[in-house]
Design a protein around this ligand. Structure first.
Ligand code: A5P
Length: 220
């Protein structure tokens, strides 16, 4: 990503701090945009009690920055969850999972009262699906799920060499026409062997902060 792209991500990441309540436990996602959020959070780490992290990579960054990381099972209520996206619509439907952390991301999004998505303007699209849709699958079901996905007009490609934090595989589905994201998410969720579909539409972001050349744009 160019310095200009990084600056737009940083704008969105910085703006997400406004949603962090003092003394709260916050959810923290994964990816290059979130890494900028983590950097900013570390600068004011006394503001938060702890974090719930969506990946081993983010956990390491948080701990290195002096932020306590808790297990979601030990937290009754989660206010805000900040995470990035691979694609986002103005309706705040998302494709996520480019960093292979989609399962924990979806769990934390489900647990959070407010999901704040941060992205640079290149991520905003009219229709989802140009970015290949990541789907986490149980390894023994990889070929079965791939055959089933072909029936939806997609071209599943096994992300070889990647094992998720949960010990599973990722299929990236190219060429899907996603006209109705919630319906497709619901349908693909039903396939045996699918752990998580990288569509975040049934539980969309509540707030989408977009970093642009002219500052931030907030969709909510
Ligand atoms: C991680 O699995 C993803 O869902 C990320 O949130 C997504 O890939 C965005 O990453 P970047 O901020 O690096 O573009």
């Amino acid at each position: 990503m160019s310095a200009e792209g990084d600056a737009k991500k940083r704008l969105a990441a910085q703006a997400a701090l406004d949603y962090v309540e003092d003394g709260a436990v916050i959810g923290v996602g994964t990816g290059s945009t979130v890494n900028l959020f983590i950097e900013a959070l570390i600068q004011c780490r006394q503001r938060v009690r702890a974090a719930i992290s969506s990946s081993n990579a983010s956990t390491q960054r948080l701990i290195a920055g002096g932020i306590t990381v808790l297990d979601l099972n030990d937290v009754d209520e989660l206010g805000v969850y900040v995470d990035g996206a691979d694609e986002a619509t103005r309706a705040r439907h998302l494709i996520k999972g480019g960093g292979a952390a989609l399962t924990r991301e979806k769990i934390i999004a489900a647990a959070a009262a407010c999901f704040v998505c941060i992205a640079d303007e290149t991520k905003v699209v009219e229709r989802l699906g140009t970015f290949p849709l990541p789907i986490e699958v149980i390894p023994m079901a990889r070929s079965l799920v791939a055959r089933r996905l072909s029936a939806y007009g997609g071209r599943p490609v096994w992300r070889q060499g990647i094992v998720t934090d949960n010990g599973n595989h990722i299929l990236d589905v190219h060429g899907l026409t996603i006209d109705d994201p919630p319906a497709m998410e619901r349908e693909l969720n039903q396939l045996a062997g699918v752990v998580t579909v990288g569509l975040f539409a049934l539980r969309p972001a509540d707030v989408l902060i977009v970093g642009t050349g002219q500052g931030i744009q907030v969709l909510q």
